[in-house]
Design a protein around this ligand. Structure first.
Ligand code: TYD
Length: 217
């Protein structure tokens, strides 16, 4: 059985977290072993980097380098081994978040992010690459798309906001445009979910999308 890599994306407050466990359960019911993980994070080192990125003030380049350093450790220690075992990996955020938050949100150079992506996610030929290097990407990226003003209402008072969650709505408008740009560049990988619906309706769309891709059931 070959591994399946699924990432979940969206602005803070879009509601992705509630669906990750549900999709894990659906895969388990099909007899799959599921690895649940997140970025930044997923390894002890990457979790330390996450803590810094979410709590310390820093310039956008430092932030980009730290999230990609965390990603490198996560890929090496968790994602590749899980894919090699044939697991399903459900990852709460991956590289698209770096383009959306550090690129579109904080204004860091998109081309340099692409260089970092190719560098950090570059895989040897032995890992499925057709020629030379291939760049590891999720098999499917589920983008929970929600108007930033609605996401802000959902987040208000829910918990103590971290560095990103406390940003104004305009920041999340930029982040959302970053996700749209990433989707335009890779439309077959992305599924844009209307997150402005009741959770069961979002779930139905998500489940259908994963099935249509031939990844489930
Ligand atoms: P999030 O995934 O929303 O987790 P939680 O539900 O625990 O708040 O938080 C992660 C934050 O990190 C989110 O605000 C987006 C940000 N982030 C980046 O800025 N760059 C990245 O590359 C990644 C993966 C996340």
């Amino acid at each position: 059985m070959s591994g399946i890599f699924v990432s979940f994306e969206g602005i803070d407050g879009a509601g992705k977290s509630t669906h990750i466990e549900r999709l894990a359960q659906a895969f388990r019911e099909c007899g799959r072993t599921v690895t649940l993980t997140r970025e930044p994070g997923g390894t002890p080192l990457a979790e330390q980097l996450r803590h810094m990125v979410l709590n310390e003030a820093m310039d956008p380049m430092t932030e980009a380098l730290l999230v990609f350093a965390a990603r490198r450790d996560h890929i090496q220690r968790v994602i590749l081994p899980a894919l090699q075992r044939g697991d399903v990996i459900l990852c709460d955020r991956f590289t698209d978040a770096s383009f959306a938050y550090q690129g579109a949100g904080r204004g860091f150079n998109w081309d340099i992010l692409s260089v970092l992506e190719n560098w950090v996610q570059g895989m040897p030929t032995a890992f499925g690459g057709m020629s030379g290097q291939s760049v590891l990407q999720p098999d499917i990226t589920l983008w929970f798309d929600l108007a930033p003003a609605i996401a802000a209402q959902r987040l208000a008072g829910a918990r103590v906001p971290d560095k990103f969650e406390s940003q104004p709505v305009a920041f999340f408008e930029s982040v959302a445009s970053g996700y749209a740009r990433r989707m335009d560049a890779d439309p077959t990988r992305f599924v844009r979910l209307n997150a402005d619906q009741k959770p069961d309706a979002v779930w139905q769309d998500l489940f259908d999308a994963v099935r249509v891709k031939g990844l489930l059931g």
